[in-house]
Design a protein around this ligand. Sequence first.
Ligand code: ZN
Length: 295
Amino acid sequence: MSDLLHAFVLPQLGVRGAAVRLEAGYREVLSHQPYGAFVGRWLGEALAAASLLVTGIKFNGRLSLQLQGGEALHLLYVECTSDGDLRGIARTAEADFDWSRGFAAAASGAVLAITLEPYLKSERYQGIVALSGDSLAETLEGYFEQSEQLPTRLLLAGDGERACGLLLQRLPSEGGTHNQIDPDAWNRVLHLLNTVQPDELLTTPSAELIHRLFHDQQRLEADPVPLHVRCRCTREKVADVLRRIGQDEAAAAAEQLGHAEIVCEFCGKTYQFDAIEIAQLFRPEPPVEAPDRPQ
Ligand SMILES: [Zn+2]
């Protein structure tokens, strides 16, 4: 089983961490659209990042990362739930763009929104951050620095076959527990992290990587969480999309092809609606009868 998320705590160093490795799920996401190599790589990094960040939320719900408005990378959207359901998508400019100019050039002008949505509450929390450095990892590090004031380091890599990541975050000081922690501990953790090369991140199983870095530290490890690509699209949601498109356009498509067809961008599933179903979608709701007033 390859698609696993490992979370751990290094209590003596006052640090929490997570490592993720996606293979089948990453390849499945890439199979839904014809992504180029660079965009496929960044989509892998984003999927790894969302999985890692979900280990920091303290409720059942969903975490999404949405990078929007880039010059060539118009949209990079990924989400991961606390149950390990993942999905992701990228949209790019039609025009020719030299993707080898790198992430910062492709995503120039974009902002990144990080959204947390608990299942049980209607409110959600959203943080917005501008791009920094030349990677999604640096942008996310900047976000944690500014908004949460939690020193955080992220390594992310994707190569079209595997998407992997490693997150290390200083734990907030609670009840003065940091007093017992060596003040140089975080620097030592960063030093260890800097020894990991992108190739090593992609080729080393997560448990082995954690062991290599922290074998001489006390570690509290949670059971690894399996990750699955699972879409939330339903026929009802697609029907809403058709309603927004409008009856004329939907009916015209049905007349030409025999049915209107909508393909989910996330998972590639095709939904078809024939002319009769379309007519039903646009049938006005029957008026709700007012309840009888008590005499
Ligand atoms: Zn779908």
